[in-house]
Design a protein around this ligand. Structure first.
Ligand code: PHE
Ligand code: ZN
Length: 827
């Protein structure tokens, strides 16, 4: 049985670590790791973490000691004073398929230590509140040998690295391989000259330019906006093909999933480019929010992740369109975090218990964690936010901190009591806010109520009946169960635009007519709310199509057409407005309204909705699918134009059977249009030839072939059948997390397919989760989240999903990771 770890049980570590020196003699089957740790005085009992290590030697102050490790570490009796502990262990990176600790990917050695991977490398107090400077020596025939910090010495077959900044073990990294660098330089605002390198396998060096450009822009932005400069003489990034997550912020040596580094216009979509920019920035920003100031314990994960996501969102908003970025972020938040918060995996932004910490790298910790910081900034104002952050860096540099430390900084900088605000960190669930309006004698009253007791910033603006803004955005603070806010001196009853910019991560319930939402879609001066008015109208229309079998309303079609055909509006905004609500989103919304969602009806209704939209826009589609002018560029303007073009192409294919999409596919010189056209063809049932051409063209490119797998399943009528065929494909390498996600992520994202009433989707996913769990528990556990929507559906589907969870729970040798997830979902 797994042990539950609790926040309430936190105790500091017995000893301080003054310095760590490690030597790695790399070999695939038998790597020797010697570790020399200088401990401060801390009593006679020392407990070190360690898993799967063969202990070869152990010395205290040079004298041999004998000790037997147990399954999770080593207990030692040590001198009651400062001392030096030396260990020598053997590990086998070649057999490490869990991709945690030291492992091999495509012939290179690399590490992943967050959260608790370092204990698979050596015996150590593997917890974030133990921070120490590291010196690392690597001995290997590999031509490129990298670790954290600055290079200190090297010779044939060896290299030494010195990291002067005390760090927790989870930020340790080592890479050894036959790599080539795309290099550049950066001079910090403090005048430090920094060598920048992106290390990739030979042949990939021409795909690094965009990541490098993103890195330099991130470094400059963090100086300009947060006053934070880089602090070493070298910054290395390494791309690896086998990686459980997106990327990792190891000090001075970020390790990336190669799909978030490598990009050419021919191989990467505009979305890929935007994601590369955001993740490069995210990992770089961790240097201050995560590395220089880290977490006291893993319950505080949002301290670094929420803040760093918030910072990367700010960065992308500055680099691109702030309005479009906000809409995209809220789309993701609602799709992933609201769903998580509504199901059995709901947890507070700061959880207070876990079995396996890897299961808490969630949308709640990351994305809701970022929303909480956005609310804090909205409540205290931009200027006070800046002062609070300065104080945070000044007060806590070099420390391992808690959410209490973070909030205290804001209290001290602003004089504000944040006791009530702290609930955002400790309470799970998406709050519901209800808005009611009244109008009397020139006074408009907005009454807000909540089902909890939080501080909720609700940004509100008022428009007059002609669409003019008569009250600019104001942030109302809802702190009680029910509160009224008055707006006096108005000439006519206004239309309220509530929760502008999505000022709080809540479900807003505001009884309003379809006409009023169409009005806001046409006139709101707040771009987020303008888009959201259209979205809420679309969801209502689609829900009524599903439940009552209605036809899509003319009101919605006309209002949408007005925006989509308005050449004066940002194409990216028009493309977002044209995007139909996702089937999963409708299923959740229906469930919340007390209706059991029927996946087949939802699918059919959404198709009918698209058909009706295509008909309505028929005359305009020709212009909308015209080629995007100018030489290709990944910038927001062109990306938005291509997004609109691809949306329109999808609609046009419903009218012309895919004829235009085939032409676009044949002529495409960039991946956005190649994928967009292929998707349109697959939806039109005309994708066979294009799919084959795509596969022939890209069969040697792992990153692009992931798309080939995904698209077929995502656009399949019978997704489980297509998936079952694709897992037999010679290129289905299930131990590669990207490939596994490309296939099974697509299966669970195909709502109607995954939820097929014959249970084939559930069964297939469970079969493969069980298989993957034996090799890679972390990725298996993440992918199991597909079952977290179980309680929404009818009794038959619920029973089938529950049976699959039960089958997973009974699988022999189940990991702690998957066992915790399946257990929580099975209830
Ligand atoms: N800390 C990484 C990030 O957010 C994510 C990560 C977690 C990567 C655990 C690997 C393992 O940037
Ligand atoms: Zn992060």
């Amino acid at each position: 049985m797994s042990e539950t770890v609790r926040l309430a049980d936190y105790t500091p570590f017995s000893h301080s670590v003054e310095h760590v020196a490690m030597t790695f003699r790399l070999a695939p089957e038998a790597t020797r790791v010697t570790t020399r740790i200088r401990f401060g005085a801390g009593g006679t009992a020392l407990r070190l973490d360690g898993e799967g290590l063969r202990l070869l030697a152990l010395r205290i102050d040079g004298a041999a000691v004998s000790a037997e490790p147990d399954a999770t570490g080593l207990s030692l009796t040590v001198p009651d004073r400062a001392f030096v502990l030396e260990t020598e262990v053997e590990i086998a990176p070649a057999g490490n398929t869990a991709l945690e600790g030291l492992y091999m990917s495509g012939g290179m050695y690399c590490t992943q230590c967050e959260a608790e991977g370092f204990r698979k490398i050596t015996f150590y107090p593997d917890r974030p509140d133990v921070m120490a400077p590291f010196h690392v020596r690597i001995e290997s025939e590999m031509p490129v040998l990298l670790s954290n910090g600055n290079p200190s010495a090297q010779g044939p077959g060896w290299a030494e690295w010195d990291d002067p900044w005390p760090k927790p073990s989870y930020l340790f990294a080592l890479v050894a391989g036959d790599l080539v660098a795309h290099s550049d330089r950066f001079t910090t605002m403090e005048g430090r000259d920094v060598a920048l390198n992106i290390w990739v396998r030979p042949g990939d060096e021409d795909r690094c330019a965009y990541a490098m450009d993103s890195l330099k822009r991130s470094m400059r932005w963090d100086e300009e906006v947060y006053g934070r400069a880089y602090d070493l003489s070298v910054f290395n990034i390494v791309a690896v093909d086998d990686f459980n997550m997106g990327a990792m912020e190891n000090k001075g040596l970020n390790i990336f999933n190669s799909k978030y580094v490598l990009a050419l216009p021919q191989t990467a979509t505009d979305e890929d480019f935007a994601r590369i920019e955001a993740i490069i920035a995210h990992e770089y920003f961790h240097n201050w929010t995560g590395n220089r100031i880290t977490c006291r314990d893993w319950f505080q994960l949002c301290l670094k992740e929420g803040l760093t996501v918030f910072r990367d969102q700010q960065f992308s908003a500055d680099m691109r369109s702030a309005a479009v970025k906000r809409i995209e972020d809220v789309l993701t938040l609602r799709a992933r975090q609201f769903r998580e918060d509504a199901g059995p995996l709901a947890h507070p932004v700061r959880p207070d218990a876990y079995e396996e910490i890897n299961n808490f790298y969630t949308a709640t910790v990351y994305e809701k964690g970022a929303e909480v910081i956005g609310m804090l900034k909205r409540l205290v104002g931009d200027e006070a936010y800046g002062r609070a952050l300065d104080l945070y860096f000044e007060r806590h540099d070099g420390q391992a901190c808690t959410i209490e430390d973070w909030l205290r900084v804001f209290e001290d900088a602003t004089g504000r009591d944040l006791t009530q605000f702290a609930r955002w960190y400790t309470e799970a669930g998406t709050p519901r806010v209800t808005a009611e309006e009244s109008w009397e004698g020139g006074t408009f009253t907005l009454t807000l109520s909540q089902d909890g007791a939080k501080v909720i910033p609700v940004a509100v603006g008022l428009l007059d009946p002609s669409g003019q803004e008569v009250r600019p955005t104001e942030v109302l603070e809802l702190t009680e169960a029910r509160q009224s806010f008055r707006f006096d001196g108005l000439a006519a009853r206004p239309v309220a635009s509530v929760l502008r910019g999505f000022s709080a991560p809540v479900l807003l319930e505001k009884p309003s007519s379809a006409e009023e939402r169409a009005f806001l879609l046409a006139h709101d001066t707040d771009p987020f709310n303008r888009w959201d008015a259209g979205r809420s109208l679309a969801k209502e229309v689609l829900s009524q199509m599903v439940v009552r079998g209605d036809a899509p309303s003319a009101l919605w079609l006309d209002a949408l057409a007005e925006v989509v055909l308005d050449g004066g509006l940002d194409p990216a905004f028009r493309a977002l407005t044209l995007r139909l609500p996702a089937e999963d989103d409708i299923a959740r919304t229906l469930h919340e309204a007390g209706v059991t969602p029927d996946p087949d009806r939802i699918h059919a209704a959404r198709r009918a909705m698209g058909d009706a939209l295509a008909e309505r826009l028929r005359d305009g589609l020709g212009d909308l699918v015209a080629p995007v002018p100018g030489p290709w560029s990944p910038d927001a303007g062109q990306a938005g134009a291509r997004a609109l073009r691809m949306q329109a192409l999808g609609l046009l294919s419903r009218l012309d059977g895919g004829a235009e999409a085939q032409r676009v596919f044949d002529a495409a010189d960039n991946m956005t249009e190649e994928v967009g056209a292929l998707s349109a063809l697959l939806d039109a049932g005309a994708g066979v030839a294009a799919l084959r051409a795509f596969g022939d063209r890209w069969q040697h490119d792992r990153i692009v072939m992931d798309k080939w797998f995904t698209l077929q399943i995502l656009h399949a009528g019978d997704a489980p059948a297509v998936t079952a065929a694709l897992v037999e494909h010679p290129l289905f390498d299930w131990k590669n997390p990207n490939r596994f996600r490309a296939v099974f992520g697509a299966l669970s994202a195909n709502h109607a397919g995954f939820h097929r009433i014959d249970g084939s989707g559930y069964r297939l996913l469970a079969d493969w989760l069980i298989r993957l769990d034996a090799a890679n528990p972390q990725t298996a556990a993440r992918m199991s989240q597909a079952f977290d929507s179980m309680s929404r559906y009818d009794a038959d589907r619920q029973a089938m999903m529950a049976a699959e969870l039960e089958r997973i729970l009974n699988a022999p040798g189940l990991s702690r990771d998957l066992s915790e997830m399946a257990g929580r979902m099975a209830g």
